[in-house]
Write a protein that binds this ligand. Structure first.
Ligand code: FES
Ligand SMILES: [Fe+2]
Length: 349
């Protein structure tokens, strides 16, 4: 399929998902099996035994590597066969394609494109991930049966929260606040400020503000092609907008990592960081419930859209002003895919 950027890191699994059993996961429309090698690092192979094409994920992880569940051929983390039961010589074809993996932020990141271009420096950056002044919730995974571009649009679209998330995070006042947009080559950000206003209902639950007025900012970043960061800031009114000042108030950083599974489905990983209630695990569990519910509300909308898109082959019939940021994000992804394709063709020519 030609619609995904391949020379990128995508979240393949939480490291906590990779215990002693192989994990099958379709990524960018390729069947992948992830497992922990005897050395303890995570490996990813094409999920197909070269002998009789049985999915290797039906096998087991042994002290030697990943063992096929049919006749026991065993493969190391690099995809080379290391053992064949009842046979001493290993044929040179006895190997499976492997994919580069990097373990960072508690996630196994996979590179589905040209292995020689896999560069650790291109992994997403997550500020404050290990900062002791911040608390983190991770381990969130959902399956969204929708093309990942539908989810990109959703994550760049502050307007939907009033309607879709009535039961969770929706705030009627937010719908009419104007949004500013900026972009670089790597990301796009849509943001708005509510200056000199009372703190939100949620903020008041966290901290007693008394009569204090605050500046509330919300920034929707999308780092092309698959990382969303929503940075929500409540800081004392009138301060300069600097990183240092943002941290003087309450701050929430919500991340989503989107990994296309197929043209009509997506792996949705989420992580949340906050600079208050550090160490309060009960609060984290409550918030985890709220987030899971919020993302399921989005999933239901995206899934319903996908069935219409399958039927009519069109993504939308009319454009609105609120589509500006999502449209640019989609255009940037489209360009990335096109440039990659052109590069591949030049390499072949
Ligand atoms: S099919 Fe895997 S070893 Fe025979
Ligand atoms: Fe949403």
């Amino acid at each position: 399929m030609g619609s995904f950027a391949k020379n990128q890191w995508y979240a393949a699994a939480w490291l906590s998902e990779l215990t002693d059993a192989p994990l099958a996961r379709r990524i960018l429309d390729e069947p992948v099996v992830l497992f922990r090698t005897p050395e303890g690092t995570v490996s990813a192979l094409l999920d197909r035994c070269p002998h009789r094409l049985v999915p290797l994920s039906m096998g087991t992880v042994t002290g030697r590597g990943l063992q096929c569940g049919y006749h026991g051929m065993t493969f190391g983390g690099n995809g080379r066969c290391v053992h064949i039961p009842g046979q001493d010589t290993i044929p040179p074809q006895a190997q499976v394609p492997s994919y580069p993996i990097e373990e960072r932020y508690g996630i196994a990141w996979i590179w589905m494109g040209e292995a020689d271009q896999a560069d650790r420096a291109l992994l997403p950056d997550i500020p404050y991930h290990d900062d002791p002044d911040w608390e983190r919730i991770d381990g969130g995974y959902q399956h969204h049966p929708s093309n990942y571009l539908n989810i990109v649009e959703n994550l760049m679209d502050p307007a939907h929260t009033t309607f879709v998330h009535k039961q969770t995070i929706g705030n009627p006042a937010a719908a009419d606040t104007p949004v500013t947009m900026e972009r670089t080559d790597e990301h796009i950000v849509a943001y708005k400020w509510l200056k000199n206003s009372p703190p939100s209902q949620m903020d008041v639950k966290i901290k007693d503000f008394g009569d204090e007025k605050v500046d509330r900012g919300i920034f929707f970043y999308f780092i092309i092609p698959s990382t969303s960061r929503v940075d929500v800031i409540t800081m004392p009114a009138g301060l300069e907008p600097t990183e240092e000042n943002y941290n003087k108030g309450l701050r929430n950083n919500s991340y989503k990592f989107l990994t296309p599974e197929s043209e009509t489905s997506t792996h949705f990983f989420w992580m949340h960081l906050r600079n208050y209630k550090v160490g309060d695990k009960a609060w984290s569990e409550r918030m985890r419930g709220v987030f899971e519910q919020t993302f399921l509300e989005d999933r239901d909308i995206e899934m319903a859209m996908q069935s219409w898109q399958n039927e009519v082959g069109v993504r939308q019939f009319v454009g609105l002003e609120i589509d500006r940021a999502p449209t640019i994000a989609l255009r940037m992804i489209g360009k990335m895919v096109k440039d990659e394709k052109a590069e591949r063709e030049t390499a072949v020519a």
